[in-house]
Write a protein that binds this ligand. Structure first.
Ligand code: NOJ
Length: 757
């Protein structure tokens, strides 16, 4: 059996490398006919006017450039009609008829919008995540696209950073598994199929490590931290076959990623064997002038030499590479290399066989916003939600009596989709009010009041609304709004307050120094808390928030993130128990901003504070606890899960032995439910300091009320390994603490000794 598999695997590798050779030969033959200008043209990615931009520069004379063969790809436009028009220019009017690729920020869906990626990650459901990516690819390709600027795999330990919403949180192992699932979902079995698209893994690299969580800020990080915690998800995405990468805005070791030779060549290509192409971020080539490493010609040449293949929007390469070649600052081989990689990608996508492969005017009506897509979006959203607190089991709610629905996000379609929605239409989303009405029909009475503005701070609102009005200021005064809500709440059996952030309060260029619920909404919650009715908070937001007051005063808290197109229906599914919540947070929720960066896999330090005894001369704060509000991996259910003690098949192991660690998980509550069982390992003594624990496995298990299951993890030395001072991945013999539990802070433990021989 083993032999058959290895022969099949060898055949597949041989086929793939034959296909790659074949593609390379064809691309080289085409390049033999290309002028220097046309080759440089392939490195040019531009955005036609009218498309959604994320920088201050927009491309000009797009048509003229395409006809001259000066454009490798376009992004920002979609629909078969528009893409056909543009592709016609390249294929029919340029000298060599080279097709263009068409990209877009398909981040959490194309037109059917799924929850924001941070929410999706909270499902820990890799099958579902892969399926969602596949459906997004089907929709996006139906709209003429073949290149998704996703997955965003940047590890983030700082909730001030607005883009934490676009990634999978703080853990490299989980982040890597999700990265693989998304790449597989987009790229399917073959990139050349008309319903699959090329992934673009971003932002390479370390973008999530921006100092103080401030957008586009400097990153300064030790190599060990990079290798151990920040790089694994990029590597995982590459191992899953991702076709392209996007360089990040930040610097690494003093050199911006976009011109960082160590990053783009030594690490990416030589160490990791990446074969695809690398595109810059939006004008990140040009921005290296502001970083302070030279004028446009210098930075464009440096980027190319470092291993960047495509220049997004800035046209530094288009306008200066010829000059740099004449002056000997780049070689023809450098230009050929980048051009070859872009052409190879087009061959892989099947565009040379049929440049119109993804353009089919009959597809949008068949493939976009279908009932199936909506059902998937609803399920994904329900699975992403995290029950943060419910001590008195006020949830699930009954579909009877009077429910007061209040808050600026309670009856709001506009802010259900979250950040990075280029093609999604918020008019097509379901508000929480609509979802709850759909769920209860005439069985319960729903009374509604807005209760507050998103924010009463006009300057904050203006900045949030910079690319479209999301946040309005009501004609009623804040006091009147609160009064209305209080009146409505007094008549109810239970209050559901839907509060949090508008879609653009997180995402790109949306860092916040204060990550609490805005003051206007806090005032509303405080007024509601005095009424003496159960107060259920439903959070719609894009990042971990500081919720100390809310945790103390709310009867229940449901973290719903920005749930996407089916928001309201999914919120209702969870509130009424039609779906029992199973999400677990993938980024630590701090108690206060002062604790940031806060993450579960921290080091012990030489003076750890273990929560007992004097705090003097211990690593702690005078005015804040070390503990987070909600730890990584935390999330409740309407049922209760009990973990038995860990059973090990061996207590002493050697070499390549395998360890089996099992626990019996029992559903002791009254509902069927799903639990994410998490495996952590600690390495208490090593040649370098290690994190207090690291996630090494997880399983999402479904149990009926009263049911028990034995959950087993097989552990190999690979899971004990780490990057040592020489950046070699090794494992060292000694004691390891195996931990299995419901979140990173609540685990059962058992110790093993693992020797080399
Ligand atoms: C800038 C963002 O950083 C990146 O994530 C995005 O893909 C590009 N703009 C293109 O819109």
């Amino acid at each position: 059996m083993k032999k058959t598999i290895s022969i099949a695997a060898a055949l597949l590798v041989a086929q793939l490398s034959f296909a790659q050779n074949d593609i390379t030969t064809k691309a080289k033959a085409l390049m033999a006919k290309m002028t220097l200008e046309e080759k440089i043209g392939q490195l040019n990615l531009i955005i036609p006017g009218g498309a959604a931009t994320t920088g201050s520069v927009v491309s000009t004379d797009v048509e003229g450039k395409i006809k001259k063969g000066l454009v490798g790809g376009l992004f920002g436009i979609y629909s078969p009609e528009k893409v056909r028009k543009a592709q016609d220019l390249a294929v029919k009017e340029s000298r060599l008829h080279i097709p263009m690729i068409f990209g877009l920020d398909v981040i959490h869906g194309h037109k059917t919008i799924y929850p924001i990626p941070l929410g999706i990650s909270a499902s820990w459901d890799l099958g579902m995540i892969q399926n969602v990516a596949a459906m997004a690819a089907k929709e996006a390709t139906a709209d003429g696209l073949n290149w998704a600027f996703s997955p965003m795999v940047d590890i983030a330990r700082d909730a001030r950073w607005g883009r934490i919403s676009e990634g999978s949180g703080e853990d490299p192992y989980l982040g890597g598994e999700i990265a693989k699932a998304v790449v597989r979902g987009y790229q399917g079995k073959s990139l050349a199929l008309n319903n699959t698209m090329m992934a673009c893994v971003k932002h390479f690299a370390l973008y999530g490590g921006a100092e103080a969580g401030r957008e586009y800020n400097t990153v300064d990080m030790s190599k060990i931290k990079m290798y151990e915690y920040y790089l694994p998800p990029y590597k995982a995405a590459i191992d899953a076959g991702a076709g392209s990468m996007m360089s990040s805005f930040n610097e690494i070791d003093g050199v911006p990623a976009t011109a960082n030779q160590w990053l783009l060549t030594d690490l990416l290509r030589k160490q990791w064997g990446f074969k695809g192409f690398v595109v810059s971020d939006y004008t990140s080539v040009n921005e290296m002038t502001a970083h302070g490493i030279g004028d446009l010609q210098t930075v464009s040449a440096r980027a190319l030499k470092a291993g960047l293949d495509m220049d997004m929007v800035g046209e530094g390469m288009l306008t200066t590479l010829q000059k740099s070649l004449n002056e000997g600052k780049v070689s023809l081989a450098d230009i050929d290399q980048a051009c070859l990689r872009i052409l190879e990608a087009k061959y892989k996508l099947g565009l040379f066989d049929d440049p119109y492969r993804y353009i089919d005017e009959s597809r949008p009506t068949k493939d976009i916003l279908t009932a199936e897509n909506r059902t998937t979006a609803r399920n994904m959203a329900a699975h992403s939600m995290v029950l943060l607190q419910n001590p008195h089991q006020v949830l699930p709610l009954k579909k009877s009596g009077t429910i007061a629905l209040v808050g600026p996000l309670a009856n709001n379609r506009r802010n259900m989709l979250g950040t990075w929605v280029v093609a999604g239409d918020w008019n097509k989303s379901v508000s929480v009010y609509e979802g709850i009405k759909n769920a209860v029909g005439n069985n319960a009475n729903i009374v509604y009041a807005k209760g507050s503005n998103f924010t009463d701070d006009a300057e904050f609102a203006k900045r949030v609304n910079a690319i479209g009005a999301q946040v309005d200021v009501d004609s009623k005064s804040p006091a009147e709004l609160i009064q209305e809500a209080v009146e409505v709440a007094k008549k109810s059996d239970v209050i559901v307050a839907v509060v949090g952030e508008s879609s653009d309060m997180s995402g790109e260029s949306s860092s916040r120094a204060d990550i609490s619920i805005p003051a206007s909404q806090q005032a509303l919650l405080k007024a509601l808390a005095t009424i003496g009715k159960p107060l259920v908070i439903v959070l719609i937001n894009g990042r971990p928030l500081t919720l100390v007051w809310e945790k103390e005063h709310a009867t229940a808290i449901l973290e719903a993130w920005a749930p996407g197109t089916e928001a309201g229906n999914a919120v209702a599914d969870v509130l009424f128990g039609d779906y029992n919540p199973s999400g677990k947070i993938t980024a630590t929720f701090p108690r206060s901003v002062g604790q940031i960066p806060i993450y579960y896999n921290h080091k012990n330090t030489g003076r750890p504070y273990d929560g007992t005894g004097s705090t003097k001369f211990k690593s702690d704060y005078l005015d804040e606890s070390n503990d987070p509000l909600f730890p990584f991996g935390f999330g409740l259910s309407y049922t209760k899960f009990e973990y038995g003690a860990i059973q090990l098949n061996k207590k002493e192991l050697k070499g390549d032995d395998k360890l089996t660690a099992s626990i019996v998980l029992k559903n002791t509550g009254n509902y069927a439910g799903e639990e994410v069982v998490q495996l952590y390992i600690s390495d208490p003594v090593a040649s370098i300091t290690r994190a207090v624990k690291d996630l090494k496995g997880f399983q999402k298990v479904s149990l009926k009320a009263g049911e028990s299951k034995t959950i087993s993890f097989e552990i190999t030395p690979e899971q004990l390994s780490f990057f040592n001072s020489d950046l070699k991945k090794i494992w060292e013999p000694g004691e390891f603490i195996i931990q299995i539990g419901t979140n990173s802070a609540e685990v059962k433990s058992a110790s093993v000794i693992w020797k080399k021989k």
